[in-house]
Structure formats: structure tokens, C-alpha cells
Write a protein that binds this ligand. Structure first.
Ligand code: SAM
Length: 288
């Protein structure tokens, strides 16, 4: 019986057979632990009626496990050298289609329309290349793609920032941004030893369950995100100071204070203590 791709011995065999050299610049750290792979696919709640998009299949370790659970899989890989390897390792799974390209440059809506049936439930499941984690997540969220959930292996530090609650050290613009679009959950903390080569940082599996609509009413989304970003411009400063420097002009101190009062927010608070609801209320008052 052929061993699963993610087993250490089969991975080594594949790398050797093709003389594959890892490219650090492409964030190539391959998973060699079936337990972790199972945690990832379980968190995505895949089933034969559902579809999945994988970003960065590598030699197909995670792809194989996704293919066993989902009915329809598209894997997007930037590294041309991996295409013949994937054609080989994934040959037992004809319902996996590999698309070659840079996910950040791709029209993902077009990919979805091409490969999935209208209304089909789709998960994004990936062990992301760490050099572009945030850019990929932002693209997936901002484009409002028809996704059910996103389950990703990312740097632990970024996962903590995304899932943080108000008042915690790691809570910031990225937390609010992500939680505006999705319910976030830390699924597992992952040691470096499950990858080859081992990355420099610890990792975590994070789940983002996409919301049908944002949990707060925001009148002007662009302004909302600007208010959030400005409020965290200097973490140690009060919300009033950050807003005064980043959003209101000189001489607008009185107006800014009255907006904060209208929103029911004490001007001496720091951005890191404000909830999603408070940021929504604040930006709606500023926009009036
Ligand atoms: N899924 C495999 C695994 O878990 O063993 C490989 C994961 S590895 C962390 C990241 C993969 O993403 C690599 O195969 C890399 O070539 C690919 N990649 C890097 N940048 C990419 C991009 N912009 N678009 C698509 N794939 C990319």
C-alpha cells in the first residue's frame, strides 16, 4: 500500500525522486504530521457535497487529506516545479484540479465559477506561505467570496492577533478587521517539528467562519476601517490623541470630543479597549 504523502518517509522519497530544493522565498515548509492535517480538515467540516480551495499545495500532503473529505478540490500553486510532482502524487484523486499561479494575482471569483456549482459550500483550507499570510487573508475576506469558512495554518503570533478580544495585548486593527468579516477560533497551536524544513516561528491553526453579514451596522465601511487603523496608530496614545493626529484636522479638537461624547466613548481610553460595536458607533458618528 502506498503511504500517505504527509508521512516523513514518503515526503523524503518524493523530494528525492524529483530532486526538489525548497525555496525559502516562497514560504515552503511542508507538513509531515497526519494528526495536524486531520485537525485542519476536521475544522473545515468538509464533506463529499462540499468543495475546497487549497492555496499552496506543495507536494500535496494536505491536498490528499482534503481530497479524502471533500467532493471537489481546487489547489492553487505558484511554483511551476511542483506541477509535475502534484500530477504524480495526486493522480489517485481525479476530483482535485491544480491551478498554476500567484493567488494574489488571481481572480478567485472566476476560479470559483469555473470549478464549483452555484451555491456549493466552499472552504479555503491551507498551510499558508508565511511571507504573504495577511495579504492572502485580506484578499479572501475583502472580496466577499462565497466561502463557508477558511481554515489556515499561519504564524502563531498572527493567529493570536486575529482572534484577540478587546483589552488583550494582541488586540488591534487586524482583530477588528477579521472579526468584522468572520467568527474566529484558534483550533490548535502547532510545534515547528511538524514541518520540513522547520520554520523560525511557532504556528497555529485558525478557523474563520464567514459571517453572512457583519455583526455591526456600519454606514461607511471605508471610514470604519480608517477609524480603526487611526485608533491603533500609536498603541500607547489615547483614542482622542490618535484621532486628532490621524483623522481630524488641527483646530477640530472640540468637534472630535463632541463626536466621542455622542458615541459614548471616554476620550482617555485607548483603542485596544474598544469593541467592534464601539468602533462601529464611533465611525457612524464621525460620518454624520
Ligand atoms: N500545503 C503544503 C503542505 O502543507 O505541506 C505546502 C505548504 S507551504 C507552507 C506553502 C505553499 O504555497 C508552497 O507550496 C509554495 O510554493 C506556495 N505558494 C507560495 N506563494 C504562493 C502564492 N502567492 N500563490 C500560490 N501559492 C503560493
Amino acid at each position: 500500500m502506498i503511504k500517505q504523502i504527509a508521512s516523513l518517509s514518503r515526503t523524503r522519497e518524493i523530494l528525492e525522486k524529483y530532486g526538489f530544493q525548497f525555496k525559502k522565498s516562497l514560504g515552503q515548509n511542508f507538513l509531515v504530521d497526519l494528526n495536524i492535517l486531520k485537525k485542519i480538515t476536521d475544522a473545515a467540516e468538509l464533506s463529499p457535497e462540499k468543495g475546497a480551495i487549497e492555496i499552496g499545495p506543495g507536494i500535496g500532503s494536505l491536498t490528499e487529506q482534503i481530497a479524502k473529505a471533500a467532493g471537489n478540490v481546487v489547489a492553487i500553486e505558484i511554483d511551476q516545479r511542483l506541477l509535475p510532482i502534484l500530477a504524480d502524487t495526486l493522480s489517485p484523486y481525479p476530483h482535485v484540479k491544480v491551478e498554476h499561479g500567484d493567488v494574489l494575482q488571481m481572480d478567485l471569483r472566476e476560479i470559483i465559477n469555473k470549478h464549483f456549482a452555484p451555491g456549493e459550500k466552499i472552504s479555503v483550507v491551507a498551510n499558508l506561505p508565511y511571507y504573504v499570510t495577511s495579504a492572502i487573508l485580506m484578499k479572501l475576506l475583502e472580496e466577499r467570496l462565497p466561502l463557508e469558512n477558511i481554515v489556515v495554518m499561519i504564524q502563531k503570533e498572527v493567529a493570536e492577533r486575529i482572534a484577540a478580544s478587546p483589552g488583550s495585548k494582541t488586540y488591534g486593527a487586524l482583530s477588528i478587521y477579521s472579526q468584522y468579516y468572520a467568527e474566529t477560533k484558534m483550533v490548535a497551536i502547532v510545534p515547528k517539528s511538524v514541518f520540513i524544513p522547520q520554520p523560525n516561528v511557532d504556528s497555529a491553526v485558525l478557523r474563520l467562519k464567514i459571517r453572512n453579514k457583519p455583526p455591526v451596522d456600519v454606514v461607511d465601511e471605508a471610514l470604519f476601517f480608517r477609524v480603526v487603523k487611526t485608533s491603533f496608530a500609536q498603541r500607547r496614545k489615547t483614542i482622542a490623541n490618535n484621532l486628532l493626529h490621524g483623522l481630524f484636522g488641527k483646530g477640530e479638537r472640540e468637534r472630535m470630543l463632541s463626536v466621542l461624547q455622542e458615541a459614548g466613548i471616554d476620550p482617555t481610553r485607548r483603542g485596544e479597549t474598544l469593541s467592534l460595536e464601539e468602533f462601529a458607533r464611533l465611525s457612524n458618528c464621525i460620518g454624520k
